[in-house]
Design a protein around this ligand. Structure first.
Ligand code: ATP
Ligand code: MG
Length: 356
């Protein structure tokens, strides 16, 4: 019914006429004009990240889950999902038959070091932690040095502690502001198994309880885990996609750490075996790196909105012309999107089909 009404209203000429066979990539959904199946040829796409944009309630989470689980399946890859709202443990049951490890960082802290780890890795992890913390909380240099020294000592002697206990005296200037962030990290913990699981099976990093406490701490956790994971995967020297990282509600992280994220996108490409699948409400969330991010994505999908300015801001990223915009504003339904998918140069009007 929905598809019929849309199909009658969009001029046929807006669409590319390429037809794909069933085995040609990641199934995206149904072409709303012709009713045929639309695929993203992810295996041959020179760009392998995914970006989904859409107003609240437009269907971003459903689209992201459907597409990333298909991409993971196609590549026999595992998923790491950063879940700010606590939606994914139940969603995963619908979209994949593989079990997911659910990691709530408020229950199982993020380990900075684990006993027996090579010293150089420990030092790297400590530096990474301090840099990430500094990105969000701006610590003075002397404080960073003190924290570094204290953490090196704790890790060297395999002292098990949450960082809130261990660092209280060293962060006297801002103890309350970073209290939540420190509580979710630990030293010398056996829970480092959680980090290893990131590489071995599907993992939902459930940040919903943390997010309610402090969005900044959520950004620290996300960036730290992501960078640890990238380093480990980078060391494995994988050539095809081994891990699909799903970042929903990207703007929570992007607002404070967009530069880091862009660096990750550009440096850790296919050679590192990582594909990032991101969703955010507005393309402006990615400023000033919008072009760079979009250029590294082989699938750019904008879910429907009645707002003309929304489409105007997206137009150049989707190759959407004037008439395309006029049509896009007319079709506002959950799951309806304008998509630019490799190898199609023109935008496609597609209903993101949650079911295979
Ligand atoms: N492809 C679809 N087909 C039909 N209904 C859909 C589709 N995608 C989403 N919906 C409906 O819209 C609701 C909202 O979808 P979803 O949670 O994916 O939106 P969202 O853009 O992620 O919202 P938010 O900004 O609040 O996170 C779903 O619960 C579902 O009922
Ligand atoms: Mg959502």
């Amino acid at each position: 019914m929905l598809l019929d009404s849309v199909a009658y209203s969009i001029p046929h000429m807006l669409l590319s006429s390429t037809t794909k066979s069933d085995d040609s990539g990641v199934y995206i959904g149904i072409d709303v004009l012709f009713g045929r199946k639309i695929y993203w040829d992810a295996k041959r796409s020179p760009r392998h990240h995914i970006l989904i944009v859409g107003p609240t309630g437009s269907g971003k989470t459903i689209a992201l889950t459907a597409i990333t689980t298909r991409l993971a399946k196609l590549n026999n890859a595992t998923l790491a999902i950063f879940d700010v709202k606590g939606e994914y443990p139940s969603l995963m049951k619908f979209f994949t038959n593989k079990n997911a490890f659910i990691w709530d960082v408020t229950q199982m802290p993020i380990p900075i070091c684990s006993c027996g780890e090579p010293q150089e890795d420990v030092i790297y992890n400590i530096r990474l932690f301090i840099n990430t913390l500094n990105l969000l909380y701006k610590l003075p240099t002397y404080m960073r040095d003190q924290v570094h020294e204290q953490l090196v000592r704790l890790c060297r002697y395999c002292h098990e502690s949450t960082l809130d206990n261990a660092l209280r005296g060293y962060l006297v200037e801002e103890p309350e502001a970073i209290h939540t962030a420190l509580n979710i990290f630990s030293t010398g913990s056996e829970s480092s198994v959680a980090t290893h699981l990131l590489h071995q099976k599907n993992t939902v990093i459930d940040l919903s309880r943390l997010f309610l406490l402090d969005p900044k701490a959520t950004a620290v956790a996300t960036l730290y885990i992501l960078k640890r994971m990238l380093k480990t995967l980078g060391g494995l020297n994988t050539s095809s996609i081994a891990k699909v990282v799903l970042l929903d509600e990207l703007w929570y992280v992007a607002q404070s750490a967009i530069e880091d994220l862009v660096n990750m996108l550009i440096r850790y490409g296919r050679g590192y075996g990582i594909s990032l699948a991101m969703a955010t409400q507005s393309i402006d969330d990615l400023n000033p790196y919008t072009d760079t991010i979009v250029e590294s994505c082989g699938a750019v999908i904008a879910l429907s909105s009645p707002s003309r300015s929304y489409w105007l801001r997206l137009a150049k990223h989707l190759n959407l012309g004037k008439r395309g915009i006029e049509n896009a504003v007319k079709f506002v339904e959950q799951g309806i999107a304008v998509a630019k998918l490799y190898p199609h140069e023109k935008p496609l009007y597609v209903y993101i089909d949650p079911l295979d």
